[in-house]
Design a protein around this ligand. Structure first.
Ligand SMILES: Nc1ncnc2c1ncn2[C@@H]1O[C@H](COP(=O)(O)OP(=O)(O)OP(=O)(O)O)[C@@H](O)[C@H]1O
Ligand SMILES: [Mg+2]
Length: 600
């Protein structure tokens, strides 16, 4: 591994293609206007598809007119040959099919691209949000917003142009019909408002039901998710039966909601299907009488019927479309709730990279608490010189991990300052800061990837030799080579196929590979043998003469590795000195250690 001289920030910029546009940042605007920039970014596809759609629509509207001419001039009068009409109808049919296929594809493509853009926008924003946000919001909420809510917005965007086209088709058919016969047209459209009203009633009943169904499906998913992730707890308490009962109850509630939905739909659907046919019957009666009376040509009546069928689509789907729109509006609000969330921890514009070559840390009069909660740290002063190894000791809940999170600027202090090599952490880029501060947590999260990829997480382009060197230093090389595929062994989800101590060593190797000048081990060796732990510390020292190390520990053996101990009490540094000095002079130190030993 390289030494500090060649240290440079390694955090990598995102490489996937950026979305073409983001949403409108003004929260006062309506949801559609806020999404509009995303649609505008795909206007080529939208306009192209609409142009194709107009051709298809033209062919569709022209066909009944041709049919009327064919019936009247070829079949009834025999004044013109039938062949050309048939050919024209075939051409119109084929053209309509081709263009309709093309525009539907285009619109779907547009909607899916917008969906991808929206998802990328959301995900980008999620990556900028700080720990404070993730403390507050349940991950299930975030996942459902990123999936089903984005999907429901996408559905409206795909459906809206289709809705517009069917309304256009209605208008065209209506105008043509009015030109044929006004009373007949009015008779034909008379039932349509009722179709619409029925659609609205159906929507009013289905809409709350669909929310209930969605909520219950999410409940069910949560139970399944907890069962899968918590399987080790469930089994060790032999609570499978209780989980099954819980699942059955939830499934029953979902079934009820689904059944009521189906029941409501099946009551309305036949009426909605058949109401327009009433108009058809009336037109046939009155129109038939007109034909017999010689006031209307037979072909025109046939064409008329075709137009009536065309007119119904918008009325039938309007209710559904309005339901989709309402749902999308609610979904959009849920998405915007995340997008409008400003990150608590922000880079100053134009902030320079942190040039940390030594890794000294100094916290001055730091006050900090989580959210709106009380102060956890109350005027903390802490200095760690470059190259020093300091142990931070305190009772559980005393704020040790909090200090670690403040040094990496995962939260901002309420007052006071945190400096690395004399530079305030708020004055540098986050990427360079995080690359300089290697934080190893007690619960190492591994990805379901190979051991190599897990170690190389912070430096994906690292060579195998570098990865092995890091693993050597973290005393992981030995057990990794004993795995079935060595460094290429894929670890189970969250690393569960490895032991706790093995996971911790991989997490340490992952941090060492990035080679930060400052390493914070937050209980990161709690599951590692005392002997192995001291080898890790030796390697840490040897690798870099002036690497600064902050160890947070409860174990005496770990504390003994530090040259100085800092005791944290009531959010302040209560005492500092070597282990022996503190044992002799500070009764609270002895008490904390005794407490820790008891707890083990
Ligand atoms: N994300 C959080 N949101 C709200 N409160 C928190 C959060 N994390 C910690 N706290 C609170 O802050 C206090 C200090 O927690 P911290 O994790 O720093 O303790 P610790 O000294 O590391 O304890 P341990 O030895 O058990 O790891 C605790 O009272 C805890 O309840
Ligand atoms: Mg802690």
């Amino acid at each position: 591994m390289a030494d500090t001289a060649s240290f440079e920030p390694v955090a990598v910029e995102a490489r996937y293609p950026a979305p073409r546009a983001g949403i409108d940042p003004d929260p006062a605007k309506g949801w559609l206007r806020r999404v509009w920039p995303l649609v505008a970014a795909r206007r080529g596809l939208l306009l192209g598809s609409l142009a194709l759609a107009l051709v298809a629509l033209g062919a569709q509207v022209a066909a009944p007119a041709v049919l009327a001419a064919a019936i009247d001039s070829s079949l009834v009068d025999g004044s013109a040959p039938l062949g050309p009409f048939v050919v024209t109808l075939i051409i119109l049919g084929v053209a309509r099919g081709l263009f309709a296929g093309a525009y539907r594809y285009g619109l779907a493509l547009m909607a899916l691209r917008i969906e991808t853009d929206l998802r990328a926008t959301l995900y980008r924003h999620l990556t900028t949000l700080s720990f404070g946000f993730y403390d507050r919001v349940q991950s299930g909420q975030i996942i459902s917003r990123a999936n089903s809510d984005i999907r429901s917005v996408q559905m409206v965007l795909a459906f809206a142009p289709l809705m517009g086209l069917s309304i256009l088709m209605f208008v065209l058919a209506f105008v043509i019909m009015l030109r044929i016969d006004v009373p007949l047209t009015l008779l034909a459209v008379a039932p349509l408002p009722f179709v619409y009203l029925l659609g609205v009633r159906l929507r009013n009943q289905i809409f709350p039901l669909s929310w209930i169904t969605q909520a219950r499906a999410a409940d069910l998913a949560t139970i399944v998710d907890e069962n899968v992730h918590g399987v080790r707890v469930v089994k060790s308490f032999a609570q499978e039966q209780r989980q099954l009962e819980q699942l059955a109850r939830s499934a029953q509630r979902l079934r009820w909601a689904n059944l009521v939905t189906v029941d409501t739909r099946s009551r309305y659907a036949p009426v909605m299907e058949n109401l327009p046919r009433v108009g058809l019957v009336v037109v046939l009666l009155y129109g038939g009488w007109l034909v017999i009376d010689g006031q209307l040509d037979l072909g025109v009546l046939v064409a008329f019927n075709a137009y009536i069928l065309m007119m119904q689509t918008p009325f039938r789907v309007l209710g559904f479309f309005m339901m989709l729109t309402q749902r999308a509006a609610a979904s959009a609000e849920r998405i915007f709730e995340i997008l409008d969330e400003a990150p608590d921890v922000c880079e100053r514009p134009g902030a320079p990279d942190l040039v940390a070559s030594h890794g000294s840390v100094s916290l001055r009069d730091v006050h900090f608490g989580y959210g709106d909660g009380p102060d956890v740290l109350r005027g903390l002063d802490l200095d760690v010189a470059a190259g020093e190894t300091v142990a931070l000791v305190g009772r559980t809940g005393s704020g040790k991990s909090t200090v670690a999170r403040l040094i990496g600027r995962f939260y901002d202090v309420r007052s006071g300052s945190v400096r690395i090599d004399g530079t305030d952490v708020r004055d540098v880029t986050l990427a360079s800061l995080r690359a300089a501060v290697g934080l190893v947590l007690d619960e190492p999260f591994l990805f379901s990837a190979s051991v190599h990829d897990n170690i190389a997480y912070g430096r994906p382009d690292a060579s195998r030799a570098d990865v092995e060197a890091a693993a050597h230093a973290a005393q992981a090389h030995g057990f990794v080579t004993a795995l079935p595929d060595g460094y290429d062994t894929v670890v189970g989800e969250r690393g569960y196929t490895l032991s706790g101590g093995q996971r911790q060593r991989i997490a340490i190797a992952r941090t060492l590979l990035v080679n930060p000048p400052l390493v914070i081990l937050d209980d990161a060796t709690s599951a590692i043998d005392v002997g192995v732990e001291s080898q890790i510390h030796e390697a840490l020292d040897a690798l870099l003469a002036h690497r600064t190390t902050l160890v947070i520990a409860h174990r005496l053996s770990t504390i003994a590795l530090a040259s100085r101990v800092v005791l944290l009490v009531d959010g302040r540094v209560a005492a500092t000195g070597t282990h022996t000095e503190l044992m002799a002079t500070e009764p609270r130190y002895a008490a904390v250690l005794a407490h820790a030993e008891e707890a083990r």
